[in-house]
Design a protein around this ligand. Sequence first.
Ligand SMILES: [Zn+2]
Length: 121
Amino acid sequence: MSENVLPHHHNDDERAEHLREQLDKTDNFQIVAEVFKQLSDYSRLRIFWLLCHCEECVTNISALVNMTSPAVSHHLSRLKANNLIVSSRRGKEVYYKAADTEQSNMLHLAIEKVMEISCPE
Ligand SMILES: [Zn+2]
């Protein structure tokens, strides 16, 4: 049995030890913080949410969110760097959509839960 984990004894130490094991994996928390940081900008959130529901090129995304193409491009590159969206080139056009990952799906759901809207599909 290991030594007492916490200075005060309110709960069982085994549980505290288990929690601390997870808390000590700071890299994991940094990854989550980085993902949430990407979504701390409401414009980026709007673009991400849009791309959860359609695949579009920069020009159309810009029109939909009412922003300039360079501003949209900047947000797209940040979202892509964090693996929240993917892109594919077809002819001259590059199309963007949300990545089909558990992380991306979870954020999609989280956004709609917080906004208290149902998914327009
Ligand atoms: Zn949705």
